[in-house]
Design a protein around this ligand. Structure first.
Ligand code: PLP
Length: 390
């Protein structure tokens, strides 16, 4: 069986041994120096001023939106455009925080939202766009960035599936005001559970520090603590338990931080392997006219999360699904399909006025198969052969 996730970690044995040693000698396992160091290295690698480590990619999305509400850049009731083809917890925080999701269809060829699909949607008065970079792909991010700037719209990227992908010389995750990442098992590299929020914005980062942990000021720089305490007339004793704004406990542990520091050294190696595998899959798929071709010419690096197979007809979909399953390859739907058709979306938003046709098409006629940095040459060859015409 070729499984989507082969192991918990890249270099599993070495990493587990190092983790066991770390736990035995560590004095403290709650958030501390390891997490801080992982943030420093992640920010450096991603080329962003700040990176904030949290307990999951889902919490990264929730914490980010809460922080934007707390600093007044969003307010309850604001309309937030989201990708219709995405993961549930890219959209759920929008609902949970009293914002209004506006689902935007994707392009069939890129699997992602484009300026065209943004403009087609009932696009007036959108305060923020929070778009997922799906499976390592993106549409023209420079154009979306310009669109957001032109419209005075906050641009956020859920980059949980696309660490290391690059276009126009820029890593995905660096086009908007802020971006989120997941380090859950099976993502590009794993800290078991974990997520990251990246930004260059100091005010936002300060609020993220508070939203991650209870709304207190403990994780802020000293001069910022002093400023807050002065404004609120709080002395240093009572500051310990003063809570300034709405928050969560989304802290990671030192175990996650340690793993992050172990795994981040393989960032380039992991991205290169996923990219290499993807190019071989893409070449094979392009020769097969049963399948819809993917458009990636605008991207310099496709740090593919899993390989999508989108069939031109329903019959072909059934055929290829069986072909991959019979060959013992684990396959799954292309993330959550058209999110507006999911039960939670209908419950809280109601029936969408307009169909997200392309997301629906991809959901009904597509699946993905594994691409990870531990696929063997034999497995890659088998997957390439399965992409051949039936
Ligand atoms: C696009 C996207 N956003 C958010 C998440 C949530 O990340 P996590 O599993 O770390 O909570 C995922 C998970 O796969 C995802 O694919």
């Amino acid at each position: 069986m070729i499984k989507l996730m082969k192991s918990t970690f890249y270099k599993e044995e070495k990493t587990k041994k190092a983790l066991a040693d770390f736990i035995l000698q560590a004095e403290m396992l709650s958030m501390g120096a390891e997490c801080k160091e992982f943030e420093r290295r992640f920010a450096e690698k991603q080329g962003r001023k700040y990176a904030l480590f949290v307990s999951s990619g889902s919490m990264a999305n929730l914490v980010l939106l809460q922080a934007l509400l707390n600093i007044g850049r969003l307010k309850r009731g604001d309309r937030v455009a989201v990708s219709s083809l995405t993961w549930a917890t890219n959209i759920m925080p929008v609902l949970q925080l009293g914002l209004v999701p506006v689902a935007i269809d994707c392009e069939k060829e890129t699997l992602n939202v484009s300026v065209k699909t943004l403009e087609k949607a009932d696009g007036t008065d959108i305060k923020a766009i929070f778009l997922t970079n799906v499976l390592g792909f993106s549409d023209d991010m420079s154009a979306i960035k310009k669109w957001a700037e032109r419209n005075g719209t906050i641009f956020l990227e859920d980059n949980c599936e696309s660490l290391g992908s690059k276009m126009h010389g820029t890593l995905l995750g660096n086009f908007g005001l802020a971006s989120t990442f997941s380090t859950y098992v099976g993502h590009h590299f794993s800290t078991i559970e974990g997520g990251m929020i990246c930004t260059d914005d100091e005010e936002l980062h300060d609020m993220l520090l508070m939203v991650r942990a209870h709304g207190w000021d403990r994780n802020l720089a000293e001069e910022k603590q002093k400023k807050l305490r002065d404004i609120h007339g709080v002395d240093d004793f009572f500051a310990k338990y003063t809570f300034y704004d709405l928050a969560y406990n989304a802290r990671p542990t030192e175990i996650n931080g340690f793993l992050g520091n172990e795994q981040i050294q393989y960032w380039d190696e992991i991205v290169a392997k996923r990219e290499d595998n993807f190019r071989r899959f893409q070449e094979a798929a392009a020769l097969n006219d049963d399948l819809l071709p993917l458009e990636v010419d605008h991207m310099e690096v496709v740090s593919n999360f899993a390989m999508p197979v989108i069939c031109k007809t329903q019959e072909l979909f059934e055929l290829y699904r069986k072909k991959f399953s019979d060959a013992q390859v684990e396959i799954r739907p292309i993330i959550a399909g058209d999110m507006t058709k999911q039960p939670f979306y209908k419950k809280y938003v109601g029936e969408a006025a307009e169909e997200c046709e392309n997301a629906r098409f991809i959901h009904e006629q597509g699946f993905y198969f594994p691409n990870n940095s531990e696929l063997t040459e034999e497995e890659v060859q088998l997957l390439v052969s399965l992409l051949g015409k039936k």
